[in-house]
Ligand binder design. Structure first.
Ligand code: PRP
Length: 227
């Protein structure tokens, strides 16, 4: 029996800032500041004092660690679940990391509307499957140009007609002269669970999900009071 009871994969980056207070509401604490440490694995405790391990990894890798069983649980965006359809359970919307997956393009191009059905459109994105499905539904032949980040640049240099990307505040679009066209999905972070862990570690995972559910509700009440 390992000395930790559960391993939880957390997404690095701006989402981590919102994740740690939520985990704290659920009684889960890390033994060190996960936002500052260069360590990729940090120990911690749950509300009952049982040992946990947190993995601090790129959002795009969280699903892999959880599907492989290297982590029992993970926190990742709905965008990645929709795009990659990993074989995991996603029992809880954590109501953090809220944003939307949108199509966007240069103002002048968007103002003209979409090209005629059957024509070709170049789309820069890291959401290849979702973007292709969307334009297919509209009857357009999309050429998907896969990028790993900074999609907003592609239309500026004439490499793409549209982007499909996450929009949170809209400031990156604005700074690059792009405008939103269509919202494809509302996005937030989800708790994901490895299906085998859900069975073999059920007695530990179920109470933890309930603690997190209470944490989400508590944070929602706080937000409502502040509003
Ligand atoms: C995301 C996204 C946009 C930006 C949107 O990128 O890809 O570029 O945030 O946020 P905004 O609407 O608040 O401006 P991120 O900074 O996470 O980096 P990435 O491009 O490496 O994914």
């Amino acid at each position: 029996m390992p000395d930790h009871v559960l391993t939880i994969a957390l997404s690095k980056g701006r989402i981590l800032e919102q994740t740690m207070p939520l985990l704290a509401y659920a009684g889960l604490v890390a033994d060190e500041d996960v936002q500052r440490t260069r360590k990729l694995m940090v120990t911690g405790r749950d509300a009952r004092g049982r040992a946990l391990r947190f993995l601090i990894i790129r959002a795009a890798d969280v699903c892999t660690y959880v599907t492989q069983g290297a982590a029992d649980l993970g926190i990742t965006g709905r965008d990645l679940l929709l795009e990659h359809r990993p074989e995991v359970f996603a029992p809880l919307d954590l109501e953090i990391g809220r944003c939307r997956l949108c199509t966007a393009g240069p103002e002048a191009l968007v103002a003209k509307g979409l090209p005629e059905r059957g024509t070709h459109i170049r789309v820069a994105t890291k959401y290849d499957r979702l973007a292709a499905a969307y334009y297919r539904k509209l009857g357009l032949q999309s050429e998907i140009i896969h990028l790993y980040g900074s999609m907003e640049l592609a239309p500026l240099v004439g490499m793409a007609d549209r982007i499909v990307d996450i929009v949170e505040t809209g400031s990156t679009l604005k700074a690059n002269g792009l405008v939103e066209e269509t919202t494809l999905y509302e996005i937030s972070s989800r708790l994901i669970v490895n299906p085998a862990s859900a069975v073999t570690r059920r007695s530990m995972i179920m109470p933890l999900i309930e603690q997190l559910r209470e944490g989400v509700a508590q944070q929602r009440r706080n937000r409502e009071q502040e509003a």
